[in-house]
Ligand binder design. Sequence first.
Ligand code: PEP
Ligand code: MN
Length: 263
Amino acid sequence: LVSRKKHPENTIVDVKGEKIGDGKQYFVMGPCAVESYEQVAAVAAAVKKQGLKLLRGGAYKPRTSPYDFQGLGVEGLKILKRIADEFDLAVISEIVTPADIEVALDYIDVIQIGARNMQNFELLKAAGQVNKPILLKRGLAATIEEFINAAEYIMSQGNGQIILCERGIRTYERATRNTLDISAVPILKKETHLPVLVDVTHSTGRRDLLIPCAKAALAIGADGVMAEVHPDPAVALSDSAQQMDIEQFNEFMEEVRSFQRQM
Ligand code: PEP
Ligand code: MN
């Protein structure tokens, strides 16, 4: 169902009027985790000021260590809903269990399935049974074929509103947190009709690489870029080393927009 051979037309995923996959390039920005109303509101105001509409933020955080901040759960989803209403933004947040999919429908505009759950088939099937866009991230060590099959799981249940997201894969290279597989973008665009985003934060794990990698993503034909922004990254409860502060976010937008004009 996701194959371009069967459906040559691009799928356009409409998120509160943002038509992802329509040929324009979108930015999904926001904190790694929802920590408080004030923290998300500070980022939402900056996102709004940049004329953007798509805000991300994790309420359920699948952390490598059980002792790290696990997220605010449904309280975090409620904060996102309040922010979405107050700032007229669309909110994207990760859901980690099938049981929480129903709850999420009331609070968020896009359900994210994270890298660690890309092959959680029960979660994929549950995501396939709702009428809500799904942002599916590539698994930590998933091949492109496995990634495409994960999207097929969702679509096989009836939900065709799927956005793919390349977020780096595990290789022997340690200079970056993961290795951004930039060629996955044109391959996914060729093999499927789904929109493709590139997450420059989790792929690199390095703040100094966000701008060049975002430019590469846009140049190679991604439908958009995801990156993390926090009002004070030094005190962030997760991904402190790679989130941008508001000033860096504004610089990031200025740089990538001037690059887009040259493209
Ligand atoms: C995230 O986007 O919040 C996240 C945890 O990313 P990933 O699943 O790609 O590691
Ligand atoms: Mn993060």
